[in-house]
Design a protein around this ligand. Structure first.
Ligand SMILES: Cc1cc2nc3c(=O)[nH]c(=O)nc-3n(C[C@H](O)[C@H](O)[C@H](O)COP(=O)(O)OP(=O)(O)OC[C@H]3O[C@@H](n4cnc5c(N)ncnc54)[C@H](O)[C@@H]3O)c2cc1C
Length: 396
């Protein structure tokens, strides 16, 4: 039987493990955490992510947990439009927002009883080379397989062994996310409840409604970004800082921060891989090793593409190995995965870094230039990003 070891049970690993198992692979899923757990946040599924999920599991019930993302423009902190809302171009599945816990629940359900899940296993070593099957170890046990899928996030141990040139570096931002229950902000007028994006000098605030069609866990999701290092203070103090930084921003920013409790707050440093790995696929024995998700292409979150690309990775891998047997065919599929995924993800990472520079503008001159240009610049960047993502189709 064809065997795969998937390292990491984040969304990339869960998506890949489920898809491989449904295609008849014997899959072992290794996760360093004591349990598979999502943080209490949310994310946007753009058309490419939605198409990839559908290709991975047509019965996944993805629409049932996703709420439509309202068309949002960009404002200044005083509420003036920098770029007015406009209908998103193109056909295909509409962008949607989903609670991360709902997404994890659906992906875990997709594992069925066919995946051997081992939690509390932190991979520390990787072995490739020669005719042996690739393998990983946690220092106590060794797990070998025809195909090794590295989905262990930005600090991937597997990637560090195979592509040490790719370094995880800070993007110059800290981010705070929270989902607050709708009952804590019951009086938001419809236009404020629809959320949107606001850009200040080195600060950004984005909010969106969740569970708009009673889908999944409801509430309001917001993400705030500030240029600079992550804060060392307690969540309560960080929340106070956020309220101060975003004081006097247009409604509903203040109301959302006032309704947030310290225990809702998910702070993190925004990091990315620079440079990207020189390869995403490495032949080994009768198959090889592939890098998926943030292990391959972690990027700043401003275009909301990290998870969507992870689902593209998994859908591409699935298509390439669905019928493939270990040996020269599987080795060739590993190399084809690299050819299919590296140029594509490199383009999206480049767009995401450009957007990062727009958000990061701080000095008075830089801000004036950014604001003047934003009306045309942002739609252009987003338009390009939209083309890159809306046109993506899962491989046959
Ligand atoms: C503020 C913010 C907002 C974002 N918004 C969006 C959005 O709207 N849309 C979007 O598409 N993306 C978004 N993203 C990006 C998205 O969250 C990530 O790209 C995605 O979660 C990466 O998933 P992953 O499975 O590759 O990695 P991870 O989620 O990091 O999962 C890796 C897993 O591997 C495990 N692991 C790590 N090391 C080991 C080891 N040695 N052995 C075994 N297991 C290990 C970890 O415990 C973890 O479970 C956002 C990111 C941020 C920071």
């Amino acid at each position: 039987m064809r065997t795969a070891v998937v390292v990491g049970a984040g969304i990339a690993g869960l998506a890949a493990a489920g898809a491989l198992a449904r295609d008849g692979w014997q899959v072992t899923l290794l996760e360093s955490g004591e349990r598979i757990a999502a943080s209490p946040t949310a994310l946007v599924l753009w058309p490419n992510g939605r198409r990839a999920l559908q290709a991975l599991d047509p019965d996944g019930g993805w629409s049932a947990i996703a709420s439509p993302l309202p068309d949002g423009g960009v404002r200044r902190p005083d509420g003036q439009w920098l770029a007015a809302p406009r209908a998103r171009p193109g056909a295909g599945p509409a962008p949607a927002v989903v609670h991360l816990e709902d997404l994890y629940d659906a992906l875990v359900a997709g594992l069925g009883d066919r995946v051997d899940i081992r939690t509390g296993i932190a991979v520390t070593g990787v072995r490739t080379g020669g005719v042996q099957r690739p393998s990983v170890t946690d220092g106590r046990s060794r797990f070998e397989a025809d195909l090794l899928v590295a989905a262990d996030g930005i600090d991937s141990r597997v990637r560090r062994a195979l592509a040490p040139e790719a370094a995880a570096v800070g993007s110059g931002f800290a981010a705070w996310q929270a989902v607050i229950p709708g009952y804590r902000v019951p009086d938001l007028p419809a236009d404020q409840a629809a959320g949107g994006e606001t850009l200040g000098a080195g600060y950004r605030f984005v909010s969106m409604p969740l569970g708009g069609r009673a889908a999944g866990r409801g509430g309001v999701y917001w993400v705030a970004t500030a240029a600079g290092a992550p804060r060392p203070e307690s969540p309560a103090t960080q929340l106070e800082l956020l309220r101060r930084w975003f004081a006097n921003w247009h409604a509903p920013v203040g109301a959302l921060l006032a309704a947030t409790r310290p225990e809702d707050l998910v702070p993190q440093e925004v990091r990315e891989l620079r440079p990207l790995p020189r390869a995403y696929g490495f032949r080994a024995g009768p198959g090889g090793v592939v890098l998926l998700g943030d292990a391959a292409h972690a990027m700043p979150h401003h275009l909301g593409q990290g998870a969507c690309l992870a689902f593209e990775d998994a859908a591409t891998l699935r298509a390439l190995v669905a019928e493939t047997q270990p040996g020269s065919a599987l080795c060739a599929a590993v190399e084809e995965y690299d050819r299919a995924r590296r140029p594509r993800t490199t383009s999206v990472v480049r767009q995401s870094r450009r957007m990062s520079a727009v958000v990061q503008a701080r000095g008075r001159l830089a801000l004036r230039a950014r604001n003047a240009a934003l009306g045309s610049l942002r739609p252009r960047i987003l338009g390009h990003a939209h083309d890159l993502t809306a046109d993506w189709q899962p491989p046959e």
